[in-house]
Write a protein that binds this ligand. Sequence first.
Ligand code: COA
Length: 384
Amino acid sequence: MANPQANGDGEKVAVRGLEGVIAAESSVSYVDGIHGRLLYQGYDIHDLADHTTFAEVVFLLWRGRLPTQAERDAFSAELVGEMRLPSQVLEMLKLTPPNSHPMAVLRTAISMLANFDPDAENLSPEANWRKAKRLMAQVPTIIADLHRIRNGLPVLSPDPGFGLSANFLYMLRGTPPSQLESEAMRELMVLHADHELNASTFAARVIASTLSDMHSALAGAIAALKGSLHGGANQRVMEMILDIPDPEMVQSYIAGMLENKKRIMGFGHRVYRTEDPRTPHLRKYSELLCRVRNQEHLYEISRRIERAVMDAKGIYPNVDFYSATVQHAMGIPPEYFTTVFAASRTAGWIAHIMEQYADNRLIRPTSKYTGEMGRPFVRIDQRG
Ligand code: COA
């Protein structure tokens, strides 16, 4: 087949960072970076953020349609019912050194879960559906249990009275979330649930395309999300905000970073050229929660950072920016922020993995070779 990325002489041309390359067909989500639109299975993110539960969005992403009330309630109960971990995985969490990063532990735990899942190597749609539900439920439990173990607290069973997102917060902190916290956590997870062919989703699809199993694809996605240019940015955002002692110092702090050619975490996006449609939702919860927790100065610092970066570079905040103060105000430690992103994005990763399996072709691009050719071989005993 002719190479669509060749110049007039038929020479290969590499696209750095695969920017603009269409690498898959997908109906899971749609990002319009020019107009700042995001759709899940055709539904506008603003409608979903305002009106759906997280379980409802998971159902939508996996099944391609919104559930009825009865379907949603049954699905939500099923997910909450799958939140237990095998005891061996719980033991492994206790064995991890206290300073290992929660994303590293999550990556390990997903690999380990595969060894205890009776369907691990079964790629039939029925087995994948069972694994999808288990993984969707087990990821939040891994994170909550790790946090409690590291703080010397007993791990908690899910409360059947809560859905997945409220249970996540409850099992992590040990106190039932307030109405505002439940809303914030629900919306945060809905907003993070999918985002087209981002780096971690692409990683998951590449792995699934080799007909490797769902746990492997998910572990690979978590590994990709961990980086600071992707999901790892939210933790770095909070570290920056906490590093600024006074809102009055924001201007000089940001100017100093830009002068030193440092990236401002939580800003910029490969696709959006206008405001990320997820930002206003998270900004709203950041303001409300910071007020309730007497952390108004953190919201004020965030607003000023947003203005300073816009004035200096014309760059908008991305989903990670206000997610930081929202999570901080709910008492989630910064090193766990990216795991909360992972728990939410598990919904999208699984939707993409199942979509890849359903119409698979091995993803195997090519590279433009920039090395030497025809070097004379010298035997080892003759090399100087
Ligand atoms: N801070 C400062 N400058 C930034 C920036 C940021 N956060 N994001 C982009 N830029 C600048 C780059 O320096 C570059 O400027 P230049 O052309 O003068 O060199 C220009 O914008 C384009 O950046 P580039 O790295 O080519 O864009 P990209 O599409 O490859 O990168 C990101 C996208 C997300 C990796 C990038 O914006 C970034 O590093 N953001 C910070 C990390 C982050 O928040 N990640 C979460 C993403 S959801």
